[in-house]
Design a protein around this ligand. Structure first.
Ligand SMILES: [Zn+2]
Length: 323
């Protein structure tokens, strides 16, 4: 059965099983899922309900669990089968009664005045994303709700499709905080935020916690890269090429570590530019890298900057989760 699943489906399956223990992260992920899959129903008399509709039963169970165990609410979950659509299913999770205002309050969509009156402040959840742990959870929720990716053996493409401008902005901001530059375009009245850069996609998969997908994609990428390098390397001294690629790999690992813990934005501009270029062009020599910098610098300058990046990475403890 597994072989019929697309790469994207396998990523979602992995993410659905990623544990989320902290209250702050549960709220961050729910905030993204509410924007992608949630809707507000007004029942009259000032009462309302919040409903989530998703296709995957596993995702439905995850949302249900987060609402119940994370926020101590009593949601209901039922599955609607569409006979006319060949038995396609929609899972519906409903939060109503006293729980609905509590949920909206937690998602910062409502405000409570001193006399206890609750007012709907905004139609989309607002969540504090000042912590790296929450940013990761938010990205995971957004991917589960409206994300997908192409199998890396075909091409490098990851995207989020949404009609919610807040979500578009939030996803781009989260990516930016981690040194990943996303592009956006319109498709049938919806915004598509997308990535085409293999390294950026790997970084996002790692951020969201899809580690098996990272491994699989890195393997595919290395195979592709080695095949591409084989011709170029055949003319050079084999040992030199190998040594250069090993150094490049070490530098990339260091830069990725910095990206994941602090984001490339934390670096001074010269180092940030260096880091981006190295990630984009793993096979370039130091001279070639130097020529592509703006302004261009010599081989020793490049070597110095890369050494500084590796030094910075060394100061980051392996297990650190938050920043
Ligand atoms: Zn958190």
């Amino acid at each position: 059965m597994a072989e019929h699943r697309t790469f994207s489906q396998r990523v979602c399956e992995e993410l659905v099983h990623e544990s989320t223990d902290r209250d702050c992260c549960i709220l961050a992920e729910l905030s993204a899922l509410t924007q992608t899959s949630g809707s507000l129903g007004f029942l009259g008399g000032g009462r309302f309900s919040v409903t989530y509709q998703v296709e995957s039963l596993q995702l439905a169970r995850r949302i249900y669990r987060m609402l119940k165990q994370g926020l101590s609410l009593s949601p209901s979950l039922h599955v609607v089968e569409h006979h006319r659509l060949g038995g396609q299913k929609t899972c519906v999770i409903t939060v109503d009664g006293e729980d609905a205002p509590r949920l909206l309050n937690d998602l910062s969509m409502m405000s409570t005045s001193p006399d206890g009156t609750m007012t709907l402040r905004r139609m989309t959840p607002h969540v504090s994303l000042s912590r790296q742990c929450c940013r990761k959870s938010f990205l995971r929720g957004a991917f589960l709700g409206c994300g997908s990716m192409t199998g890396p053996e075909k091409s490098y493409h990851m995207e989020w499709v949404t009609g919610e401008e807040n979500l578009t902005t939030a996803v781009r901001k989260m990516l930016e905080r981690n040194g990943i530059e996303a592009h956006a375009t319109e498709r049938r009245g919806r915004t598509v935020v997308y990535l085409k850069n293999a390294q950026a996609i790997v970084d996002v998969l790692a951020l969201m916690g899809a580690h098996a997908a990272v491994m699989e994609m890195e393997n595919i990428r290395i195979t592709k890269q080695v095949r591409g390098n084989a011709n170029r390397a055949s003319n050079c001294d084999e040992h030199n090429t190998e040594r250069m690629l090993n150094a490049s790999e070490r530098q990339m690992r260091a830069i990725r570590k910095i990206t994941l813990q602090h984001g490339l934005a934390s670096l001074p501009p010269a180092l940030r530019q260096m880091a981006r270029l190295r990630l984009e062009q793993p096979e370039l020599s130091l001279e070639e890298l130097g020529k592509q910098l703006d302004p261009p610098i010599g081989k020793s300058g490049v070597s110095h900057r890369l050494a500084r990046l590796e030094k910075i990475a060394e100061t980051i403890p392996e297990e650190e989760e938050d920043t």
